[in-house]
Write a protein that binds this ligand. Structure first.
Ligand code: FAD
Length: 508
């Protein structure tokens, strides 16, 4: 709504056109640039790499195959993403799968079970039907014993969900006497998929946030894949949109320094790696939190707003693509592997138009948790590609017992033709208990500096939806500043633990 508001104001010449320098060309920076250009401003986005997209980026290998940074699933419960696709006129690029969730059966190799959401039945009844009709994962008694834990979420909504952030999933389960099997059957899979982390390390707010959307929105848990590589199919249209309105998106231009005005600590300029200086009316960071921490100027480093970022850190994850010499008899759509090393996977030769192949499968898999911090006993992120692929293939023997592995007779066996391993040592912020209070607001204490990025404060998790929303909120902050209006979200109060630690350090 606010964008229409500003578009209207711009047309009536009441909004002054401002130049805004954004650094970071992931979905958050691109979304910020898109909404600033819609509001009549002139965003110039600087991306460090030669490709756009950040965690959704992809590039071609020598065979012309795309190597992706991550397997990306779009959910029905992603309103800001869907608006963005609609505004760009690219809604048809999302390939929706039937509304179901598929889990591998832990004790039965090669077998899968599904939660099927009936069509035409509104939320929350479609989810209730999906849960009740699946008898393979949880018993009726276990389902009933979930109710007392989920009831406060249904009755109190977001305030209850936010209040659970200090607890891990396991602590929450103990508090509500939830059967352990719910963890083994559902929560481990959810934790690994939502934040690449095990439930004993994961904030319960993460699981409840997802469940709340899935329960309350009829198509909230329905999944879609993009129909091709994200830089071309999603980032390029945003770049073209921004440039058609007078903005600019520049790749291969890392920002290496934020230069301040000594007198008031506001941003004077940005220095690029090629030595060029960039000046603008406003500056937006849309780089990951770990990168931003390295760019914080000394003068800002004692401010509580920036100090709270020490409490946020990206979690490692590995994305694997495996090309086989024949078609696997795989699940249609996304599958929760429920195996120790893998999180979710999909056969992209069936699910993505650009990667379609009727004769050969290409599995894309998320390997998580993959470091001791995230719950893995082995630091997989430091292992070689071949060790990671071998371990993955071992797990796939259980998921595809009649097609993968040396026990399968050779004329039935699917052989690995090619593999790629992409390590993201610091991906989305690790949503361990108690992190939400340190997520910074888009409004900063610096007059001409605004924060974007999926980790900045917004009601979605570190996700594509969170990144797009955060970029949009950052654009809104700038539009409000230009119009002399106060921002509806404002500067979030820094948590007292940060302020107290500052006082302690200052004490003689
Ligand atoms: P980023 O994408 O990290 O973008 C930051 C950009 O800043 C990058 O392009 C980077 O190159 C650039 N940059 C860094 N330093 C500088 C500098 N000095 N100057 C200029 N630019 C710089 N989300 C979902 O919703 N669904 C999923 O299924 C899903 N699966 C995922 C699977 C994997 C394996 C991974 C890694 C992530 C997944 N995510 C998923 C999360 C999602 O990708 C991210 O939350 C989102 O893309 C983050 O966007 P962002 O713009 O905040 O950050």
């Amino acid at each position: 709504k606010f964008i229409n508001d500003y578009e209207h104001l711009h047309k009536s010449n009441r909004a002054e056109k401002k130049k805004i320098a954004i650094f970071g060309g992931g979905l958050s920076g691109l979304s910020c640039a898109k909404y600033l250009s819609d509001a009549g401003h002139e965003p110039i986005l600087y991306e460090a790499r030669d490709i756009l997209g950040g965690k959704v980026s992809a590039w071609q290998d020598e065979d012309g195959d795309y190597i992706e940074t991550g397997l990306h699933i779009f959910f029905g419960a992603y309103p800001n993403i869907h608006n963005l696709f609609k505004e760009l006129g690219i809604e048809d690029r999302l390939q929706w799968a039937p509304h179901r969730m598929t889990f591998a059966m832990q004790e039965l190799p090669g077998e899968f079970t599904t939660f099927d959401f009936p069509e035409g039945i509104p939320a929350p009844f479609n989810m209730a039907a999906a849960i009740l009709r699946n008898t393979q994962m949880l018993s009726l008694e276990e389902k009933i014993r979930m109710v007392p834990a989920l009831l406060p979420m249904l009755l109190e909504g977001q305030s209850f969900i936010d209040a659970q952030d200090e607890k891990s999933v396991l602590q929450f389960m103990n508090e509500y006497s939830m059967p352990r099997r719910i963890n083994e059957e559902i929560f481990i899979a959810m934790g690994k998929a939502l934040d690449f982390i095990d439930p004993d390390k994961l904030s319960m707010t993460v699981v409840l946030t997802a469940m709340n959307r899935f329960i309350n929105e009829s198509d909230g848990s329905q999944t879609a894949f993009l129909d091709g590589n994200p830089p071309e199919r999603l980032c390029q249209p945003i770049k073209e949109w921004v440039e058609s309105k007078g903005g600019k998106v520049v790749c291969s231009s890392p920002v290496v320094e934020i230069v301040l005005n000594e007198e008031d600590g506001t941003v004077n300029s940005l220095i690029l790696a090629n030595g060029n200086t960039v000046t603008a009316d406003y500056y937006v960071s849309a780089v990951p939190v770990d990168v931003f921490k390295r760019l914080i100027p000394t003068q800002w480093s004692t401010l509580p707003y920036f100090r709270q970022l020490d409490e946020l850190e990206g979690i490692p994850v590995i994305n694997i693509q495996l090309w086989f010499d024949r078609k696997l008899n795989s699940v249609d759509g996304l599958c929760f592997s429920r195996s120790p090393l893998l999180s979710v996977y999909a056969d992209m030769s069936n699910n993505c138009a650009e990667y379609a192949n009727e004769e050969r499968s290409m599995l894309e898999l998320v390997f998580a948790p993959c470091s001791p911090d995230a719950g893995s006993p082995i630091n997989w992120i430091a292992k070689s590609d071949s060790e990671i692929v071998d371990a993955t293939m071992k797990e796939l023997e259980r998921l595809f017992p009649t097609e993968i592995g040396l026990n399968v007779i050779s004329d039935k066996r699917a052989n690995l033709v090619k593999s790629t391993v992409v390590r993201v040592p610091r991906s989305v912020y690790a949503a361990t208990p108690g992190r939400n209070k340190y997520r910074p607001s888009q409004v900063s204490p610096i007059e001409n500096f605004v924060m974007a990025g999926d980790y900045a404060s917004q009601k979605y998790l570190g996700s594509m939806e969170g990144a797009v929303l955060s970029g949009k909120l950052a654009a809104e902050v700038i539009c409000d500043k230009v119009m002399g209006r106060s921002n509806r979200n404002g500067l979030k109060t820094v948590h007292s633990s940060i302020l107290e630690s500052e006082l302690k350090e200052r004490a003689p």
